[in-house]
Design a binder for this molecule. Structure first.
Ligand code: URA
Ligand code: SF4
Length: 191
């Protein structure tokens, strides 16, 4: 796929019918945040609230994500961009199929090429397996840095996983501190 500029990319994505997730979507969830962000967060795919509102992470998990981000002075309104692996909601919130991820991944690639982030943070196992490595183990490798094409990349527990298992919150808090330290090291205008 040729690289598109933001306007072209958003326009194509909003009318996309490249996979069957287009059938049941209410809205395409393209992404949110400043387009010059140095830190890019990548989730899995829209849930019900996201599908209805057209914005990533706006349900209960999204509220937890915003609260976590605020601890280290990050905000979608100010200094980070948030996107998902797939832009349309998988039915009943099932994991996106590999075929659906394959169909959608070029939009994310193009977003990465336009944003040129210094840091990428995968939210949960599904995006880490796609972005970092196929055999990524979230319980063992969350909060660890990987260099992917010159970009510092790590995974956090997915906020929905933290809602299901709040005992993991202290580890997630440590991971946020690790992220904050890396931002201070490599980012120029995030803080
Ligand atoms: N979970 C995700 O992975 N992405 C969203 O946008 C919402 C919930
Ligand atoms: Fe297109 Fe991605 Fe939506 Fe599938 S999920 S229809 S590839 S935008």
């Amino acid at each position: 796929m040729a690289m598109l500029n933001w306007d072209e990319l958003e326009k194509q994505c909003m009318s996309c019918r490249k996979c069957s997730l287009c059938e049941e979507r209410t809205n395409v969830v393209f992404g949110v945040g400043p387009r010059d962000a140095e830190v890019l967060f990548i989730g899995e795919g829209p849930g019900e609230n996201e599908d209805l509102q057209g914005e990533p992470f706006v349900g209960r998990a999204g509220k937890l994500l915003d609260d976590m981000l605020e601890i280290i002075d990050l905000s979608r309104k100010k200094n980070i961009y948030i996107a998902n692996m797939v832009k349309c909601r998988p039915p009943k919130n099932r994991d996106p199929l590999n075929t659906e991820q394959d169909a959608c991944i070029d939009y994310l690639r193009n977003q990465v090429a336009l944003i040129k982030p210094k840091i990428i943070v995968c939210l949960g196992r599904i995006s880490a397996m796609r972005v970092i490595k196929e055999d990524f183990k979230i319980t063992q490798e969350h909060g660890k840095w990987f260099e992917k094409n010159g970009v510092w990349t790590m995974a956090l527990y997915h906020p929905a996983a933290l809602l299901r298992d709040p005992r993991r919150k202290p580890e997630a808090f440590e991971d946020l501190k690790i992220l904050q330290a890396k931002i201070r090291e490599v980012c120029e205008h995030t803080y």
